[in-house]
Ligand binder design. Structure first.
Ligand code: SF4
Ligand code: SF4
Length: 395
């Protein structure tokens, strides 16, 4: 979209806001900073001024918009129905790439083959031991430091699941980029649950949905990713697309309008009514990623699905802050702020004294696990799908 199209659209979206301020206490960055400029209302006013040409788009002027987590909690609670997500995306596209993005690092993270090869090389050189120590020596705002401290050893490839004899339908899984490398267990778990529920699961090729570039205002790169997604979907021959990473959901829906795209756990909860789970006496804290709540709107389905495991006690975390700080590329762009938000979340987790932490988004899961490791905690963090598949009763 050209600047001439974006400017009036941003102005129209900003005009939806009646400046009531009801969203402010729900915004994680407002909770963190206590500053109007770091709130939804402040950002809407800033977007209006930048789009209208009343303010120069300098690095410091645009910073509050760059700081936005895109968690969309403000959109969910706004009584005036402001389309904040669209406003943020349009404004970032107008402003262009955020200054000083870690492009070389992002170029690795969004290409699973490169990431896997680098992780293998790192493992051969002992990176799981020295990586976190090196991360602590790097400046607190280093994107490389954030990655070195967060990426765990490569998980082992799980065994394949047995397909259903007479499938009810063909369901495609979008494996993503970082998730394709580090969420292999959850993806295999999903395929097992789908097969047990009578579906034939197929996987799209591993590629980035475009969210990592879109967060940083790289609209052209994000559009190229969307083209790749469309080509992969066209070849899949499925009628539903699922993702076990709710952070990809919004970008996938924009790339594939009219396609049934769903959060994997919401789909299993609805279509897997016949699935039975073995008992598991366990106290598990449930972290609901902001995209699971505000984009997938699957928080209720996740709770209902996990409640079907007898003996599993779910310990809900406080709603605020609504984001753990990972937020797509935010953890790379602003590692210090991401750590500050994570510290609040981890204090809440540890106050519950759980035996496990469940989180259904790869970025959140790795970010939270790295924080726990820094604190010397051995608490395991896993995707809810992994737990569910392990407890599945054999048909
Ligand atoms: S975004 Fe919605 S809730 Fe927030 S100030 Fe504007 S109108 Fe009020
Ligand atoms: S998307 Fe999240 S971080 Fe951004 S303004 Fe809204 S509530 Fe705040």
């Amino acid at each position: 979209m050209s600047a001439d199209t974006l400017r009036p659209r941003i102005a129209a979206l900003a005009d939806q806001c009646v400046m009531c301020g009801l969203c402010l206490p729900h915004c994680p960055t407002y909770v963190l900073d206590g500053d109007e400029t770091e709130s939804p209302r402040g950002r809407i006013a800033l977007a209006r001024a930048l789009a209208g040409g009343d303010l120069e788009p300098s690095a410091s002027n645009r910073l509050p918009l760059d700081h936005c987590l895109g968690c969309l909690t403000c959109e969910r609670v706004c009584p005036s129905g402001v389309h904040y997500g669209e406003l943020l995306t349009a404004t970032r596209a107008l402003l262009g790439p955020r200054p000083r993005r870690a492009r070389s690092l992002l170029g690795v993270l969004k290409r699973p083959r490169r990431l896997r090869a680098l992780a293998r090389l790192g493992a051969a050189l002992g990176a799981p031991h020295w990586g976190p120590r090196l991360a602590r020596l790097l400046p607190p705002d280093s994107a490389w430091g954030a990655v070195l401290g967060a990426l765990p050893p490569l998980p082992k490839a799980p065994p394949p699941s047995h397909p259903a004899a007479a499938p009810r339908g063909r369901v495609a899984l979008f494996p993503g980029c970082v998730a394709d490398v580090y969420e292999t267990e959850a993806h295999a778990a999903l395929e097992r649950l789908l097969a047990a529920a009578g579906f034939e699961p197929v996987r799209l090729p591993a590629l980035c949905c475009g969210a990592l570039d879109r967060h940083g205002g790289e609209a052209a790169a994000s559009a190229r990713d969307a083209d790749d997604v469309r080509a992969a979907w066209a070849a899949a021959g499925a009628n539903t697309l699922l993702t076990a990473t709710p952070g990809c959901l919004g970008t996938l829906r924009e790339a594939l309008p009219g396609v049934a795209i769903e959060d994997a756990m919401a789909f299993v909860e609805r279509e897997g009514g016949a699935l039975r789970f073995r008992a598991l006496p366990l106290r598990a804290a449930l972290h609901l990623p902001c995209t699971e709540v505000n984009v997938a709107r699957a928080d209720g389905a996740v709770r209902r699905l996990l409640a079907r495991v007898p003996g599993l006690e779910l310990l809900p975390l406080p709603a605020q802050p609504a984001c753990c700080g990972a937020a797509g590329s935010h953890v790379l762009d602003f590692p210090r702020r991401a750590r500050d938000l994570r510290a609040i979340k981890l204090d809440q987790v540890q106050a519950l004294a759980p035996q496990r932490l469940l989180s259904g988004n790869i970025g959140c899961r790795l970010h939270l696990a790295a924080g726990l490791s820094e604190r010397g905690s051995a608490l395991a963090v896993e995707h809810p799908l992994s737990l569910l598949a392990r407890q599945l009763e054999s048909p």
